[in-house]
Design a protein around this ligand. Structure first.
Ligand code: FAD
Ligand code: SF4
Ligand code: SF4
Length: 478
């Protein structure tokens, strides 16, 4: 391969694809980065120094072969780059768009540590697979041989879909059940279009359907069909249901109309982008247009809410977070995007209650300061007495994180073992639960996590399930 084309980081500066102007971004739900032109993708890929021990690869949850597909991109050999990239990642164009690269692959790129900007790994990964779609290199799955075994997958998020893809490639009959009317999980209804445009996800769902994966949508396991029935219908089952129970607030006025949960708000907005009829949006309940919006929380979900409110035409958007900027869990890149788009951050501020008669009109805000480090070493926020004030608001969005639903109870399966946090207990590497033939992956095992980790889990679980399905069935003693 043409190594002489590489190591260009000394002369070529890091350049992300062009970012749309903030004023333009505020008007729609389109992605904020444009695509690289082919020369630019090749140039940026050529900055890689082809490390003997590539830390980018080590810190990618899928251990993508990053240096090799960068080298192929730099050499203009895009179809080979695509083949290599898709060999380890089921949805490379999705990860390229929404992985927090600054904490994963790019955050560990050695040329950054030597004072040059990191290789734009995510943007190149997206470019490779977007090009593959355009050129028709992404094909429906055609298993070499059909098998008789069937697997039922509960949950059509990235964990479930990554497993479905891998099992179907091996010829297994796969049925995916989901309570929503569209597949994709949080990629479809949680993450807003300005980070991940919906046709990108739907194309993958269609590819799986065309390859023979069956989808049973609008089907809540535990209500429309029992978990026991799913186990009875399939040789093995994968639980990939994610975490959906919103953490809540306490205090006066918490039940006032106008105080909404982040996921309800984001789902309504995403449904509207699909062109669905969304009565809660049309009534104004889940629509920020013309409102003073306060979002409570400092994680990535809060960032998605504030930026959605801006696009819906809110009068003002403020984000309250009890720690400071340096100690927030959300990505700094997203905070910067939000600030550019007009969001105001109120650091070291927490809600003590809500005011309003028939609906919320304000948040009673306590000012906080960072106290001494707690047992975990993190400085705990403490209240500054007498510094409370009212932050006026017509719409308050609670973005405080998610917890697992109580599946053993909801599914009437007490043998399904859970941790003390309520997440399902599954074996490291195989993702097998204590129930024979039942596996679990993604957020329902890890707690709220990332798409790329769900993909990794789904791929690993599929491999373990294939081994399980290959075992001869034990014949009961006469
Ligand atoms: P999910 O994607 O949650 O999918 C689970 C599916 O199971 C859903 O479709 C659900 O309808 C279905 N289901 C649940 N219960 C049942 C049942 N009883 N019967 C039938 N179906 C059921 N990660 C990133 O990497 N980058 C980001 O930028 C990012 N942004 C995010 C923004 C928001 C607002 C949120 C909430 C999360 C974000 N994440 C992001 C996290 C990421 O979306 C999740 O980690 C990932 O989707 C988890 O995948 P999963 O397959 O485990 O579950
Ligand atoms: Fe980086 Fe995510 Fe792609 Fe891995 S999957 S190379 S972490 S963007
Ligand atoms: Fe290339 Fe950076 Fe990975 Fe090294 S760490 S191989 S320079 S992308």
């Amino acid at each position: 391969m043409a190594t002489q084309r590489m190591l260009q980081f000394v002369t070529k500066a890091r350049q992300m694809p062009e970012k749309r102007d903030a004023a333009d971004r505020r008007t729609d739900f389109g992605e904020i980065y444009r695509e690289y032109a082919s020369e630019k993708a090749a140039e940026q890929a050529s900055r890689c120094s082809q490390c003997g021990v590539p830390y980018c690869q080590t810190h990618c949850p899928l251990h993508n072969n990053i240096p090799d597909w960068l080298m192929l991109t730099a050499a203009g050999r895009l179809e080979e780059a695509y083949e290599m990239s898709q060999a380890t990642n089921t949805f490379p164009e999705i990860c390229g768009r929404i992985c927090p690269q600054d904490r994963l692959c790019e955050g560990n790129c050695v040329i950054e540590q030597s004072g040059h900007g990191t290789v734009t790994i995510g943007a190149v990964e997206k470019y490779i697979t977007d090009t593959a779609w355009e050129k028709g290199w992404v094909k429906p799955i055609k298993p070499a041989q059909e098998r008789v075994e069937t697997v039922g997958i509960i949950g059509a998020g990235p964990g479930g879909l990554a497993a479905a893809d891998r099992l179907r490639r091996a010829g297994v009959q796969v049925t995916v059940y989901d309570r929503y009317d569209r597949a994709g999980g949080l990629m479809t209804y949680g993450i807003p279009g300005f980070k991940l445009e919906k046709p990108v996800v739907m194309k993958r769902v269609e590819q799986l359907e065309a390859g023979g994966v069956q989808f049973v949508l609008n089907c809540t396991v535990g209500e429309d069909i029992s978990f026991a029935a799913i186990r009875g219908q399939h040789d093995a089952v994968l639980i990939a249901t994610g975490v959906y129970k919103s953490r809540d607030l306490e205090g006066a006025g918490v039940d006032l109309p106008g105080i909404e949960r982040a996921l309800d708000y984001l789902t309504a907005s995403n449904r509207k982008s699909f062109g669905d009829d969304v009565p809660e949006y049309d009534s104004g309940a889940l629509n920020a247009a013309g409102k003073r919006v306060v979002v409570i929380g400092g994680g990535d979900t809060a960032m998605d809410c504030v930026r959605t409110a801006i696009r819906q035409g809110a009068e003002s958007v403020k984000c309250l977070y009890r720690r400071d900027r340096e100690n927030m869990p959300g990505s700094q890149r997203e905070v910067q995007n939000a600030e550019e788009e007009g969001v105001e951050f109120v650091w070291q501020a927490a809600p003590a209650g809500f005011v309003g008669d028939v609906a919320v009109t304000g948040v009673q805000v306590q000012r906080m300061r960072l106290g001494p480090p707690d047992a975990t070493g993190r400085r705990a926020p403490e209240v500054i007495e007498g510094a409370d004030y009212i932050e006026e608001a017509d719409l308050v969005i609670k973005a405080l994180g998610f917890e697992p639903e109580a599946l053993p109870k909801l599914w009437d399966e007490p043998e399904l073992s859970v941790t003390r946090w309520g997440t399902i207990r599954a074996e490291y590497g195989t993702h097998a639960t204590k129930l024979p033939g039942v596996y679990a992956v993604g957020d329902i095992v890890r707690g709220a996590s990332l798409v790329v980790w769900a993909i990794r889990d789904g791929r690993e679980a599929a491999d373990a399930m294939l081994e399980y399905l290959a075992q001869p069935v034990a014949v009961a003693a006469q």
